[in-house]
Write a new protein. Sequence first.
Lengths: 899, 615
Amino acid sequence: MKNIELTIDGKIVSVEQGKSVLDAALENGVDIPHICYDPRLTPTGSCRLCLVEIEGQRGLQTSCSRIAEEGMVVSTETKEIAKSRKSTLELMISEHRMVCATCDADGDCLLQDYAYRYHVNEDRFPKIKPKVKVPNFTNYHKAIQYDPTKCVRCMRCVKICEEVQGANAITLRERAGQVLVTTAFNTDLRDSSCESCGQCVGVCPVGAMTNKPAVKLGKVKDLEKVLTTCVYCGVGCQLELNVDRKNNRLVKVTSTPGIIPNDGNTCVKGRFGMDFIGSPERLTHPLIKENGEFRKASWDEALSLVVSKLSSLKAEFGPDALASFSSAKTTNEDNYVMQRFTRAVLGTNNIDHCARLCHASTVTGLAKSFGSGAMTNSIAEIRKAPVIFVIGSNTTENHPVIGITIRQAVRSGDTQLILADPRKISLSGDAGIYMQHKPGTDVALVNAMMNVIISEGLEDKEFIETRTEDYDLVRKAVERFTPEMAAGICGVSAKSIRESARIYAKASAASIIYSMGITQHATGTDNVLSLANLAMLTGNVGKENAGVNPLRGQNNVQGACDMGALPDVYPGYQKVDLPEAQAKFQKAWNAELSIKPGLTVVEIMHAAEAKEIRGIYIVGENPMLSDPDLNHVRQALTALDFLVVQDIFLTETAELADVVLPATSFAEKDGTFTNTERRVQRVRKALDPPGEAREDWRVICDVANRMGYEMDFEDASAIQDEIASLAPIYGGITYDRLTGVGLQWPCHDKNHPGTKFLHSKKFSRGKGKFYQVDYIPPQELPDEEYPFILTTGRMLEHWHTGTMTRRSKVLDYLEPEGFIELNPEDAVKLGVSEGGVLKVKSRRGEIDVPARITEKVFPGCVFLTFHFKENPANALTIAALDPIAKIPEFKACAVSIHA
Amino acid sequence: MRDKKLKNYEDLKSLHKEIDEEKSKVKSRVLVCMTGCRAKGAEELARTFREKLDVPGMEEIEVVDVGCHGQCSRAPLIMIEPEELLYGDVKPKDVDEIIEETLINGRVIPRLCAEVEGRAAAKAPDIPFYSGQERDVLKNCGRIDPQKIEDAVAAGSYDAAAKALTTLSPEDVITIVKDSGLRGRGGAGFPTGLKWGFAQQAAGNEKYLICNADEGDPGAFMDRALLEGTPHQVIEGMLIAAYAIGANNGFIYVRAEYPIAVEHVTMALEQAREYGLLGNNILNSGFDFDIQLRKGAGAFVCGEETALIASLEGKRGMPRPRPPFPANAGFRGKPTNINNVETLANIPLIIEEGSEAFHAKGNEGGRGTKIFALAGKVKETGLVEVPMGTTLRQIVFDVGGGVPDGHTFKAAQIGGPSGGCVPAQHLDLPLDYESVKEVGAIMGSGGLVVMDDRTCMVDVARFFLEFTQKESCGKCVPCRVGTRQLADILNKICDGKGEPKDLKKLESLAKEVKAGSLCGLGQTAPNPVLTTLEFFRDEYEAHINEKRCPAGVCKELISFSITVDDCIGCGLCKKACPVDAITGDSKQPHFIDPDACIKCGACHEVCPTNAVVIS
């Protein structure tokens, strides 16, 4: 982008072409007052405070809407301007109830700031009260409160809801002085299209839209904002924890525009779902189980027990009788220390974590095709992609901030969206082409798209020629996948397949976005390989705004993998079975290391049941809800000789433990998370931990030291330095470089700027490799006894096993209980009405769950989330594994339903 | 049925000829205004004519529903052709006589004619209301059946468009319009040719043309009359404009409160499509254009172009700051040209007669003619078309016949709620864009309300501010809150609670609202306050300092009483009083109970001896 120069208040300043005069001023330290402006929104021009004089122009101009031009001469603070601003502020105050003493926005209110700056006469005009004739639409909402008497009608909330969030939940009603913010037809906010993201609260420049749970908890002057990374999904939103240090409590969460990846945007969990931190149910002391009951223990006693048990099991059954589960919720530093402990102290590679359950197939698949298993491009590029192909990702619910980016891109008219998903998810409304394919038929669908591309000559021959190998394999493999043939398998029209293929192939750049709809299958690796094939076929890898972009589930699942919390790799994906790697780490860690790759999560469970694994150390994982076939998991965990669980709550898994160790939450520690776009971002301590809870890595170091292995770090930063020294992709990443927007790996050295998109000139593995992928149906298909296909997933308001979100008041209010989605046709057949409890059975278990009748799912298909312990979806799912990635088939199994 | 589609200019010409031949078979035509005059019984009148003429021997007399004849004060008004006799206040009972006397025997009926200096005047040139006008744009209004494209074609419609599309380049058209000096008739007076040039030069192939028919000024009905009376003239103007700027899609955004206009335009669009005057490859010119009609939902602010566009896009009708101007980023972000109805109705004229002829009319402050909706305290009300630069005096006194009932002219409100009040001292002000601005008013769309000594100027300002306040979209602060505060101060003054400092407050706030508001609505809303403050400050002072309303309008400042000596005890006032505040026996003086009186003025109006006085 070109820069232009203009003069503002006598000073020549430079700004990117296309930016507004207001942007130019703000970027150059000239604080033009503005109330309706937000950098994320189209200019509104309604507050009339940013008026400036532009030489040669009649009257005053709104600087927010005027594009800066070369040579413009702007005055921002003349007598006339000041007079106009003062008058406007006085008018604003006449309709604003000035009750600063009791207002939560006191100290963070633009009206207050400007009123002071221009020293307005608060009494110049008599107060005007709008005659509010309708009930307040926020009265029953637990998170958001609108106060029309404080509203300055700047429209920021309405516009962010429309232009950024795309929820279109709120609007203006009435005219003139009666203008109010409300929902369409003034329905209660709960009944509107509101996604409870609280963006309206975030943008309100005064105290009209408030964060209800934070009311009365603390004034701005008493709060400290600590910038950190969100603990929920892999987007890695930068959030500010507003904490009251005196009372050691979190008051609210805010986010500031201008910081990637989320640009001030948050979802409902990020903004309103953090109160679990202060939950009274937090673990505050170590617990030891005696006679089936937990009792409080001291750290010394608990650690001694852990050490003696682990040591004796190791001595008796050998190192490979032990295993550990690391955690995608904890920091890179915690994960690094945990895997080092497992490998160097326990002496085994039996370490894994929940990445196995979400993106193991991504890691294996993309590593095979490209050479590294991560999102190829950046989140910011999505907004600019001419075509986006979303498959198996309910993005607006599971990666909400990326979801809204897709929505914005499509609604701007610049981007075409192709969507393939067995459920009619919210994005289907925005998709140019939506294909509701049957669960587990992804390979057939993608192969057919490739068939069209090749038969119509739309492939990128030069890219195939110069950048890839084994093209013939895929050409042959897809030959028989005509759109008509695939249509029969997938249950979508051949026409849609053809059109999608053409749109995708003809785009100047096309981005594939996928998530667990692709990975959580027994054919997960195949699914990923076929998407990689599709991208390479059209030259959509290694270029901007394109790529193959798996959206990682957990906040730090990317990091936990990067750190080597996997059974086959050391930090930075260095293979454990490579003697050079073994030698390198033996030297660095000063320990004997096993060259034998370890077991994966589900394999560990199987081995535990078979008594091959005797002891497990679990940090921050809850397999008792997250893993498939829970009855089997329970048997495995109870068969163990010793189970230690380190967590922040007494989870369903911790209840089975012999020793429970209290850990700190993300708000109580320093560290880093690596988000889905490979961006390493800081986590900063905002609060003191409750009771005696300790950081995970310190506890693990203590255990290691007590087991006779010296492992000490001064702080989290020192751990990162060690990671940098051993994992080349993290080679240049140190805390002093993470003060701004983080760094995207690969970042090889101190001077490396990080990598926005991968494989640009060369694939990580050299040439991109095509694989022949054939369609294999899901392992368990519906039959007479179990006639429904069950698919599982997550929802916007809850996270995984609900450990955190179900302890959040707002989230619990929004979605208090589990449900099964079923099509109205099936509901009629079963004779069940909305909310009626159904018994759902599979070959592995059964649950009772209320019905939610919706056309989101097609007849014959039902959907469950796995958040609710009362009706756990995973009691039903099948532990069929992908042969390479060992990821279970969460997305398809057969069930029967009984009213 | 044969395909009506006109394939080229020649087809249009031969159609014209065909229709002319057809028309020559008709001996007489009775043109009944079926638009505004409907309110005064025109429908029944036309029906009566048709019934009575539906007898053998009367086949050569045609009754035609037409648009507005202009002189609304004489509604229902009819014209009889070929003599061009204008009969006003015609009742169904007059029909027999008209048929017998005029249509059969060719005699004029004096009592139905206009009275001019005691004599009956039957034809327009003899009636000052018409003789003072130059009806160019309204030429066909009231003379053709707006529901028939054949009538329009016979009157020359689409000739100009055919000429433009087949013989002129878009650049030529723009040059002609530029040279003509035509300025936007919607209010702001921006040079039309220049505006077209911007849209034509804007990047992109997808362009739009919008006809702004959201005529919202109270008392203004110029655009309504054109759409109702000569819809094809507007469509033709759009066709030429679209050709000039390169737009293939057009919209007519019309108020839903104009059902007859909606009906006629809808019909006209269908007919134009049927004749191939809209659609693809119009008259074999290679140019495609079609128009959709969209109805507004009654928001005054949607007359503002950016608000109108927002409304068309399905959004809340609120304006946005300019630039970018619609010429560059309008409907759905594409280059868009918006013109007012009257502006577009001028276009065929200009193409037909050439830019010089158009330019010759008017003055430096504006070229061509302007249509005004003359209303208020004036003898002859209705639609008036005069050359730009005609003085206020000519319009009010020569055309309008002056103030009735012996009252004196006080001021004229020009330009609707956005305009200003022009006092008697400026009666010789030429009405053109520039001169009007000099006295603090704006040309606006052409509303012209005459006020006399019975009008309170503070009350007028209050009325208009209440209007703009209600119609403010509420987006920007100065308009949303500022007009409310202005209206509140005016209400306070009218209620007799004004304080001396209020005048200064009023003045400074009015100026601040004008300078600070986002769109034209807020920027002009204070005009009625500022002009009345300038020209009628004494009335404000009387309200504030003496608690007196000189015009006897402001209820809180007046009281009604009956002068005993003048009262004849007829009881009319007692009957008229809605709250039984008047007592008195027959033939005896009556009295008003001041506590019960609601100051509605009903007694004052009915009193035959002017015994009811306002003080």
